[in-house]
Design a protein around this ligand. Structure first.
Ligand SMILES: Nc1ncnc2c1ncn2[C@@H]1O[C@H](COP(=O)(O)OP(=O)(O)OP(=O)(O)O)[C@@H](O)[C@H]1O
Length: 258
């Protein structure tokens, strides 16, 4: 297997002196090509920070990060923009759809940056429109979409460029359970069929059970890993058990208030 990502002794601090927050504390791990990795842990553990530094949105305070064999922590901004465009897909909570453009135009704009021939643009639009059930939404504008519909458009936009790695932050957070399951099945399919590597932050054990491996972080450091070996149902229960062990989740928040 080829290495898709490597995080080497990465730390990220916010603020200074008495306001210093160590969001990531000397964390190291690897992701192989084709893995579907979940990131879980209590609120404030550093999950989003980890996703941001790995996806080139933010810079670590210390340490090195490699994506697809390229060290991204030393790339100048100009090269980073191109690296991002060619290699990375983002499915984030604020959908970043351009309000003045229709859904179709939002999607075409992403593809036009890849300078694909027109027939391939149409082909990909058709493929993703069908996969993510967007046909009826194509001529609408973002403010005419529900949260779940926006999330589907955002997912299509992230996947259309056929990135090597997709970073997703709570990608099913705004979806009803049927749409959430569909999106997860779709992510699992492109992970299997296209060997797209996926790294996904989630609080939800059901969502996480679609991954092959879960990295649990606590206080900015690696706490444990759970690798799927049996059925998704068994994996789901392993994830629940680890969530209980790590604490600080919703359940313990609830208990603390009793
Ligand atoms: N821009 C920032 N400035 C200051 N502190 C920050 C900033 N971003 C994050 N932090 C702090 O860093 C720590 C890690 O935050 P992060 O958002 O990565 O956690 P998380 O695990 O994603 O949490 P949640 O599950 O609640 O979304 C927290 O203590 C947070 O308050």
């Amino acid at each position: 297997m080829m290495r898709m990502a490597e995080v080497k002794q990465v730390s990220k601090n916010f603020g200074a002196r008495q306001n210093l927050v160590r969001a990531l504390n000397n964390i190291s791990f690897k992701i192989e090509r084709g893995e579907f990795v979940g990131v879980m842990g209590p609120s404030g553990a550093g999950k989003t920070t980890l996703l941001n530094v790995m996806s080139t949105i933010d810079q670590p305070t210390m340490g090195r990060i490699y994506l697809a064999g390229q060290e991204i922590t030393t790339l100048p901004e100009r090269d980073l923009a191109e690296f991002r465009r060619n290699n990375i897909g983002f499915i984030f909570q604020d959908f970043n759809l351009l309000p003045a453009l229709s859904v179709r135009e939002n999607l075409v704009m992403i593809l036009s940056m890849l300078r694909l021939p027109a027939d391939q643009v149409e082909q990909r639009l058709a493929y993703f429109s069908e996969r993510l059930n967007l046909a009826e939404l194509m001529s609408r504008y973002p403010n005419e979409l529900s949260m779940g519909q926006k999330q589907r458009v955002a997912a299509a936009r992230a996947l259309m460029t056929r990135p090597q790695i997709v970073f997703a932050d709570e990608p099913t957070g705004s979806l009803d359970s049927k749409s959430a399951t569909e999106l997860l099945q779709y992510l699992a399919t492109i992970n299997l069929e296209d060997e797209t590597t996926i790294m996904m932050v989630t609080h939800d054990a059901f969502t996480a059970s679609y991954c092959n491996r879960i990295i649990f972080i606590k206080d900015g450091a690696l706490y444990a890993e759970v690798v799927r070996s049996g059925s998704r149902r068994q994996f789901f229960h392993q994830i629940i058990d680890m969530q209980a062990a790590i604490g600080g989740g919703n359940l313990s928040d609830f208990k603390n208030r009793l």
